[in-house]
Design a binder for this molecule. Structure first.
Ligand SMILES: Cc1ncc(COP(=O)(O)O)c(C=O)c1O
Length: 429
């Protein structure tokens, strides 16, 4: 056996999860944890939802795999139809993969192919933002603006195919505005840019910080006017997390390509989607025919059946409006905690049920990790976010079917954790 390197992170201290139901996870010792981050913002309809389990079990007995080059399958056909009905305007095609990273790889290949087939092969630059996170595969990581996810030893690989330019917000701001994007675009020269990749609502990198609406409109207008593909990475923010199907819907823009994953199957199986506009689809189909995309398990019937069941739960249980409603309650609860712990927390941000508590810049850099550890002790699971003192935060994102009572309970457990980190008792803080 190869010994683990001395620097490998130790996971031995993590509890062993035994089972889960609804918004709770239970460990092997019988402790319960409220899943305050819906896993990593993917378990959007909670654990062991009976309708999703039923659909998966039925599909298991009927058909689990056929390759898309050999057969079509009914769950994938139905899913594509449903996705086209909820996708941003003028979406014409859906490409399937297994992870958000792969969905972004697919988007990058489509953007380069789009440019190449229009005779614009010199467009090889991708503009993306720091902070951002687009995935762990080579291309997706190469456009990621998170120094903590990158290592000098992987840079040669990342530099090989994609020429990226990172756009940074002004000091003290969490997201770039159209001024920074404009400067970067002019600096590179719009005729060299293949695509701009954005997280409309930032996730693990910027901590549920949205791009402002004016900047969203500017990005849509400038990319359209300059022949640049606009890619919206909604791997985390998609499928109802913000109270609408897509974070882009909040600024009423339709990107040329939208990627999503995570919530599409609610964490029950692996699946991710790349939704492609008419404009890009048409350019790819002519004059050379479609390019090779996809993976062995792309559009497999089992994952598509799970996704269909999750979409039905979202629709039947009106979870978009529930996420918007309970998102308001969560905002109020998080704001009360910011007011209660002003030296620990600076503010909170987010849309719907994708929210974050931001750590005060005067606190030590590991404060978000300490809050998360204390939350675990109080029976609450949360995720870290951020790449520096301006963005250090804790993501708070319970399932879309949360109740007002669950939001209260989450806030109480979080209050205890914050009190422990602040060194005071929660009941007399
Ligand atoms: C915005 C965003 N893009 C891409 C990814 C990568 O997705 P995956 O981990 O499924 O490869 C993530 C994962 O957290 C994400 O949040």
């Amino acid at each position: 056996m190869i010994p683990a390197p001395a620097t490998a992170p130790s996971r031995t201290a993590l509890p062993v999860a035994a089972w889960a139901k609804g918004p709770y996870i239970y460990d092997a010792d019988g402790n319960d944890y409220l899943d305050g981050s819906s896993g990593v913002l993917n378990v959007n309809v909670g654990h062991a939802h009976p309708k999703v389990l039923q659909a998966i079990e039925a599909q298991l007995g009927q058909l689990t795999f056929v390759h898309r080059t050999q057969f079509r399958n009914d769950p994938a056909l139905r899913l594509t139809e449903r996705l086209l009905a909820i996708a941003p305007a003028k979406t014409a095609a859906v490409e399937y993969s297994n992870s958000g990273s792969e969905a972004n790889e697919c988007a990058l290949r489509l953007a380069f192919a789009y440019q190449h087939r229009r005779g614009k092969a010199q467009r090889t630059v991708i503009l993306s933002e720091e902070p951002s996170y687009h995935g762990m595969t080579a291309g997706a990581l190469s456009i990621t603006g998170s120094p903590n996810k990158r290592d000098p030893s992987v840079e040669p690989l990342l530099g090989a195919g994609v020429h990226r330019v990172l756009v940074r917000p002004r000091p003290g701001r969490r997201r770039a505005t159209h001024e920074e994007w404009g400067q970067a675009l002019l600096g590179v020269g719009p005729s060299k840019v293949a695509a701009i990749v954005i997280e409309p609502l930032g996730g693990a990198s910027s901590g549920a910080a949205p791009i402002d609406i004016d900047t969203m409109h500017w990005l849509r207008r400038e990319t359209r006017n300059n022949g640049i593909v606009l890619i919206a990475d909604e791997v985390m923010s998609g499928f109802g997390r913000t109270g609408r199907w897509w974070a882009c819907d909040h600024s009423s823009i339709a990107p040329d390509i939208l990627t999503s994953g995570k919530g599409v199957t609610g964490g029950y199986t692996s699946l991710a989607v790349t939704m492609i506009s008419e404009k890009v689809t048409a350019a790819i189909a002519e004059p050379l025919g479609p390019i090779a995309l996809g993976h062995t398990m792309s559009a497999n019937p089992l994952a598509c059946a799970a996704a269909n069941a999750v979409l039905s739960v979202i629709e039947d249980e009106a979870l978009l409006s529930n996420a918007a409603k309970t998102g308001t309650l969560l905002t109020e609860a998080l704001q009360a905690l910011c007011d209660r712990y002003p030296t620990l927390l600076s503010d909170q941000s987010g849309i719907g049920l994708m929210r974050a508590l931001h750590i005060d810049a005067g606190q030590p850099a590991d404060t978000n990790k300490r809050i998360i550890a204390a939350a675990k002790e109080s029976g609450l699971v949360l995720c870290t976010a951020g790449i520096g003192t301006t963005t250090n935060s804790v993501l708070v994102a319970p399932p879309l079917n949360s109740t007002p009572e669950l939001i209260d309970e989450l806030a109480n457990r979080l209050d205890k954790a914050l009190a422990a980190v602040a060194g005071i008792r929660a009941d007399n803080a």
